[in-house]
Design a protein around this ligand. Structure first.
Ligand SMILES: *Cc1c(COP(=O)(O)O)cnc(C)c1O
Length: 354
């Protein structure tokens, strides 16, 4: 077979899809990096100790297939049972497992628009359809969001949303979910920076699955660990779809140590939230339209002005922010909340280009 024939052997949906492109990851240290919502602070010091201990215990054996130490600790923390938790290689792994579980060929995966771009790739991989329902201009859900079609098999709702940082209240979610005729994933990647979470909905509704990650609030994006919270019978089904050893011994030990250090999380959260409000004020003063954020980034728009040159100017000055242009919606800059001094330096450069 020549290369052409080999490539033609791929499933059509793989050949046709674009593939998810993540934010730029330049060589460490060269940029002030405010483009992928990483935490600017180091993780709890307990994490590297736990990794060293786990490495000393030996890596010749397979890890616990269900990340049991983590699930035991998590059950305590969130007042659920270990069987409510499913762990993954980052929460992206869980989103993949969940999509593969519910969305078949030709079926629909619903999501709001604009939101996390990966969801669309997950639908493409299934040879399904991404059904993007535009938010209202103020990032509230449109009334038809909960009115599903027969082919809609799953809904993804990031809450807080990316890129907007806005959040749908628990009361509103409760109303949505109680009417819903298909499973819904509430992607709580950023919820530790918000004022309210939705874990209670899992206790009440078997069709609600919550996903969380240690990448953002626990400052462990390089580790790859996330988890889903759902009814134990739902977890039991999802488990059939995951790789047997989707979390390694080091990440299980590290993630368990990380959630064990809630004092570290609380301090980190308050620093980020305080920088976020200063940043929001300053961007508004500079002339941007900035919607209140409940995440570790802010979404800046400027009606009537093109923002791509601003992104490029920042990049030339070694400041990376995320430029987004959503077809039919418009463009904006999504700027992650860094340390006070990173944000100060970045905004000084941004302001100088206005
Ligand atoms: C960052 C992010 C994730 C993925 O997190 P990982 O655990 O690093 O895979 C999931 N959902 C949203 C909305 C995110 O922004």
């Amino acid at each position: 077979m020549n290369l052409e024939m080999t490539l033609a052997s791929f499933r059509t949906c793989i050949r046709d899809m674009e593939g998810y492109v993540s934010g730029e990851q330049p060589p460490a240290g060269k940029f002030i990096k405010l483009n992928t919502n990483e935490n600017p602070y180091p993780p709890s010091p307990k994490v590297s100790l736990a990794i060293q201990e786990a490495a000393m215990r030996g890596l010749h054996l397979y890890p616990d297939p269900n990340a049991t130490p983590f699930r035991l600790r998590a059950a305590d923390l969130w007042g659920l049972t270990p069987d409510h938790f499913l762990c993954g290689n980052g929460s992206d792994d869980l989103l993949t497992i969940i999509t593969r579980s519910f969305v078949g060929e030709g079926e629909k995966l619903r999501m709001p628009f604009p939101s996390y771009v990966l969801y669309r790739s997950l639908a493409d991989l299934q040879n399904g359809f991404a059904e993007e329902i535009p938010f209202q201009p103020d990032f509230r859900l449109s009334p038809e969001f909960g009115a599903i079609q027969p082919k809609t098999k799953l809904i993804f709702l990031p809450n807080p949303n990316s890129p907007s940082g806005t959040r749908i209240s628990k009361a509103e979610l409760q109303a949505l979910v109680s009417q819903l005729k298909c499973p819904i994933v509430i992607d709580e990647a950023y919820v530790d920076f918000a004022t309210e979470d939705s874990i209670d909905l899992v206790r009440e509704f078997s069709h609600v699955i919550i996903t969380r990650t240690l990448s953002k609030s626990y400052a462990l994006a390089g580790l790859r660990f996330g988890f889903a919270i759902a009814h134990p019978e739902v977890v039991r089904m999802l488990k059939k779809v995951k790789d047997s050893y989707n979390c390694d011994s080091l990440s299980i030990a590290a993630a368990t140590a990380a959630i064990d250090d809630q004092a570290w999380l609380a301090e980190n959260r308050s620093k980020i939230i305080s920088t976020r409000s200063k940043m929001t004020e300053r961007l508004r003063l500079a002339g941007f339209t900035v919607i209140d954020s409940e995440a570790n980034f802010v979404w800046c728009t400027w009606p009537g002005r093109s923002l791509k040159p601003l992104y490029e100017h920042c990049k030339s000055q070694r400041v990376l922010v995320r430029y987004m242009n959503y077809a039919g919606w418009g463009e904006g800059l999504r700027i992650s909340v860094g340390t006070d001094s990173q944000v100060d330096a970045a905004l000084t450069i941004l302001e100088s280009s206005l």
